[in-house]
Design a protein around this ligand. Structure first.
Ligand code: MN
Length: 236
């Protein structure tokens, strides 16, 4: 048997804690849904017509994952760093062209996530027709709670909320999602062969806004859990 020899130690595989287990969930890819709540789409100045429009997606590198409860510096290259509280679906299996009716069979469980965003870079990119990568896929920008195993279960409702230094900033319900969990899995599988370990951040409700150095973000989703992030005082 030949063993592979690397120039330097390769990075550890990306993984997420699993509630009630000492085993971790190995992460494959991070998908994010854009504008999945009507009121948030409106506040971004890009309303969604649920009949005519389709979901759209962007990705982050698995290296952008950050465990809930972490303390990290305020990021580089932004003066408008935003929180986005989101339900995250973790897949245990996948495939291509999955039917809506069977999409739930691929669900391993759920987590609470923060899609942290350099909003100033996002708006500049959007207005110039450029990609979102530098706005979205930056270090520590995909905050994730432990995954709660709920194999095959569909979550359709439940309070989703977020506070900054204890002040309520987002307060909505998962039933306000335009495209539900099964629709998103099915739709995404038309573009990618989904796999075990793929995480889908399902979009944020209204009330997004900035978080500053030294501030703390706390969010929760009814029936799933909580997520938190502490930004250290001072610049990176
Ligand atoms: Mn988002």
């Amino acid at each position: 048997m030949t063993s592979i020899s690397y120039l330097w130690a390769p990075p550890e595989p990306a993984s997420v804690a699993v509630q009630g287990s000492e085993q971790r969930l190995p992460v494959q890819r991070l998908f994010f849904v854009g504008r999945n709540y009507l009121a948030h789409a409106k506040e971004m100045g890009r309303p969604v017509d649920a009949q005519r429009d389709r979901p759209f997606y962007f990705t982050k590198s698995p290296s952008a994952l950050l465990a809930s409860g972490s303390s990290v510096p305020y990021p580089q290259a932004t003066s408008n760093y935003h929180y986005e509280m989101e339900l995250v679906v973790a897949l245990r299996s996948g495939g291509a062209d999955i039917a809506v009716e069977s999409a739930h069979e691929h669900i391993y469980g759920y987590g609470c996530g923060l899609d942290m965003t350099r909003r100033d870079l996002q708006f500049a990119a959007r207005d110039q027709g450029k990609p979102w990568d530098t706005a979205k896929d930056c270090e520590h920008s995909a905050v994730i709670s432990p995954i709660v195993p709920m194999p095959g279960q569909v979550i359709e409702r439940g309070r989703i909320e977020l506070r900054v230094d204890g002040e309520q900033r987002q307060d909505s319900d998962l039933s306000d999602m335009i495209w539900g969990v099964r629709e998103l899995i099915a739709d995404l599988s038309r573009m990618y062969h989904l796999r075990a370990g793929d995480l889908i951040y399902t979009g944020t409700p209204e009330g997004v806004g900035p978080v500053r150095a030294g501030q703390r973000v706390d969010g929760s989703i009814e029936g799933v859990g909580t997520v938190s992030l502490q930004l250290l005082a001072g610049k990176a």
